[in-house]
Ligand binder design. Structure first.
Ligand code: MN
Length: 733
């Protein structure tokens, strides 16, 4: 057997043409759609016609070579055609719609998948990041054939890498080692993996690569003789024992694995004993074990080196028996035993499962899902954290999304995650102040669902605060717990302010002064009397309704001086009630406390912008009056609270106006037009006439603030025939 190493580049003297491709496909897939392949070639040639590769050759050679690699892997026609078309959407004016129209939805989806993966770039070689990046590629691919095309694309680019600038060579080779060769390995494409690794080594560590080449060459004759001797000995023994069909091959390990071994064990090339690996291919599983026994009787096995990957296959489906024996001349040799089918899986991995299967029912879906199910099952048994399976399972069923930070880091999220999850993953403060995000440069709302490959930039505002609705938006437990934590703290602060306000009011009624009680320490004593640490704890206990303000008063002054007033209890209950009921729509602010139950007094019907005051009602929260409302002058001043409109919240209020005018035709139409022209809705209109032939109109209109009301009134006043316009704040009697 001649010794062959992976050549740095494949000799490409005679350009590989479309008919070569067609006949290559026909070898394994005689019924494959040859016309479709030729059509894809014409389409791609036309699309790439003005492009050249760095080598100077026509661009079309690249997709053709990619398709060739896919055909060598015996993949189905659809995958081969995708290989021919894979760069058209990304690099030319051709569109996905055109491909869909010409080649159908399946091929269009595959080309789209390859294009999407090609658009993302990987920037760091940190292992955790590389792992996330590999997962992202798998998650984005959806169809495994997308990855097969991408790997073939990368392989051809690596084979022609010497045409690029040196800095680019190193970057691409490094990316290949970080991302693509591990992917190939995990999908069991070991021949592809070996070639990617050796090509990468050549560009990342050329001195080592060429040294190894030299050393291998120097011992080539010696090696070849030894290899063929061992092959002959094994084969003779096998034939003697009835293994007529057995095949034995010895081949040097690839450079990258020799290099890794030298590096790991700190060895020189001469110290690496198992440069050559032997492989025995037999007809059945029993024969694998039988042949193993024979070899062990021929040479002494090295203890601890036997591995049974037939009984327990590797995560990527690899199956074989491995052993190391002390061979001729005392040299250790590694030998693998497998069947032809195991060999196929070992070399082509998942590609073997995607091969075109003639005549089998439902070749694609069944194959795909059988493969996946086995993958998932085996993963369950293996429990080896170094193995890949869980990842494949997650990604192919798309349970995760992978997101880029603006700096190119990749982060992993559960499906359905939103910009808020992303923001909280970066930092709690970033989450708490998040008002939205840019996804791939576009503004999106907080509830936007992220997709793999998105680049997310969080937008912050210092005034933003989390609220309970956010809990419905986020997916990650981290974000949930951070939001809950914030709300808890905020509620505590609210109860603190509420408690202080209630106590302050009660103290005033009793001619006490909160400030001086704080100063002279009497409140601190009261707090301690309730077994509380300090005054804030006292406030919050009052705010939460655990302690009544009245009880605090009894601790301050002797009971006989108390003026029993029913209202004190009522007031506190009302505030508690109000806080509990907390309607979602609160349009006024009370000393920074929102979430209060608020109603608008019908006596003066205030609208946003009016100067207002709050009246603490019994059990109905705070009622909002205008400051001029006569009812306010009659009210208990102790029950009045300072309030203000929360102008950040838009609210529509009904206002009433009364118009007196001449009774002339068309005037009503004129008036309603004027009102509507101001973008104000009329919800009700009522017309009457007086004895002196005047018309009296009552309009109920919807406004968002008092200035728009004023504007309506002044515009109406300008209409000829209008005598008076006034706002009505009293209830109609
Ligand atoms: Mn390409």
């Amino acid at each position: 057997m001649p010794l062959a190493t992976t050549p740095p580049t494949k000799p490409q003297k005679k350009a590989f043409g479309i008919e070569d491709l067609v006949s290559l496909v026909s070898q394994h897939n005689p019924t494959g759609d040859k016309e479709l392949i030729r059509k894809a070639f014409r389409f791609s040639t036309e699309a790439h016609k003005d492009q050249k590769r760095s080598s100077g050759e026509p661009f079309i050679n690249h997709p053709l070579e990619v398709a060739r690699i896919l055909a060598e892997f015996q993949l189905d026609t659809v995958t081969v055609v995708t290989g021919i078309l894979h760069d058209t959407v990304e690099d030319t004016v051709a569109t996905l719609e055109q491909i869909q129209k010409e080649f159908g939805p399946e091929i269009a989806a595959l080309v789209d998948g390859v294009t999407k993966i090609s658009k993302i770039t990987f920037q760091t070689s940190e292992e955790k990041q590389a792992e996330n990046f590999r997962k992202m590629i798998l998650a984005m691919a959806k169809d495994l054939r997308v990855i097969l095309v991408k790997l073939a694309d990368r392989l051809h680019n690596m084979r022609t890498l010497h045409h690029l600038r040196p800095e680019k060579q190193v970057a691409i080779a490094q990316e290949t080692l970080d991302i693509y060769s591990p992917l190939a390995n995990r999908l069991g494409l070991s021949s592809l993996k070996r070639e990617l690794e050796d090509l990468s080594l050549r560009f990342t560590k050329p001195e080592i690569y060429y040294k190894l080449m030299e050393q291998v060459a120097k011992k080539l004759k010696e090696r070849e003789k030894y290899t063929s001797d061992v092959e002959a000995m094994i084969l003779a023994a096998l034939k003697d024992h009835g293994y007529q069909d057995a095949a034995v091959t010895g081949r040097p390990k690839h450079f990258y694995s020799i290099h890794k071994k030298m590096e790991k064990r700190n060895l020189t090339y001469d110290q690496v004993y198992d440069i050559t690996g032997f492989r025995i291919i037999v007809n059945s599983v029993e024969q694998c074990y039988g042949a193993l026994g024979l070899v062990h009787s021929l040479w002494t096995p090295v203890p601890g080196r036997f591995k049974d990957y037939i009984a327990i296959p590797k995560a990527n489906f690899y199956q074989s028996l491995h052993t190391t024996v002390v061979g001729p001349g005392g040299e250790r040799i590694e030998i693998q035993f497998r069947t032809a089918q195991m060999h196929e899986t070992a070399e082509r991995g998942i590609a073997a499962h995607w091969a075109y299967k003639e005549g089998k029912e439902d070749p694609k879906e069944t194959e795909k899902f059988t493969w996946l199910n086995r993958l998932v099952e085996w993963n369950r048994d293996l429990k080896d954290p170094n193995e890949f399976l869980e990842t494949v399972k997650l990604d192919l069923f798309s349970e995760d999304v992978y997101i880029f930070t603006p700096k190119g880091q990749v982060m992993e999220f559960p499906q359905g995650a939103t910009p808020l999850d992303f923001a909280y993953a970066i930092h709690t403060d970033v989450g708490n102040h998040c008002i939205g995000a840019k996804v791939n440069g576009r503004m999106v709302p907080l509830k936007h669902k992220l997709k793999s490959g998105d680049t997310v930039e969080v937008l912050n505002s210092p005034s933003q605060r989390p609220n309970k609705d956010w809990l419905k938006i986020v997916k990650t437990s981290r974000a949930k717990s951070k939001i809950r934590q914030f709300i808890k703290v905020e509620e505590h602060e609210k109860s603190l302010a509420m408690g202080e306000m209630i106590l302050d009011r009660e103290l005033k009624r009793d001619s006490h002064n909160l400030k001086s009680l704080l100063k002279d320490g009497s409140l601190q004593k009261v707090a301690e009397g309730f077994s509380l640490k300090n005054v804030p704890d006292l406030f919050s206990s009052i705010g939460y309704g655990k302690i009544s303000a009245k009880k605090v008063l009894t601790k301050l002054a002797p009971p006989e001086q108390q003026q029993p007033k029913q209202e004190t209890q009522g007031l506190q209950r009302i505030f508690e009630e109000a806080a509990k009921k907390a309607p979602a729509r609160h349009v006024v602010k009370v000393k920074g406390i929102d979430d209060l139950l608020v109603r608008f007094a019908r006596c003066c019907n205030p609208v946003p912008g009016d100067s207002v005051v709050g009246f603490v009602t019994r059990g109905r929260g705070i009622s909002v009056h205008t400051r001029k409302c006569p009812k306010i002058f009659d009210s208990d001043p102790h029950r009045l609270v300072d309030i203000d409109w929360d102008l950040t919240k838009k609210t529509e209020r009904n206002a009433k106006i009364r118009v007196v005018c001449d009774d002339r035709p068309g005037l009503l139409a004129d008036m309603s037009k004027v009102i509507r022209d101001q973008n104000v809705n009329i919800t009700r209109a009522q017309i009457g006439t007086t004895k002196d032939k005047k018309a009296v109109c009552h309009f109920t209109i919807q406004i968002t603030d008092v200035s728009s009301l004023r504007k309506v009134i002044s515009t109406l006043e300008g209409i000829p025939g209008i005598i008076s316009v006034e706002r009505i704040q009293k209830k109609q009697s």
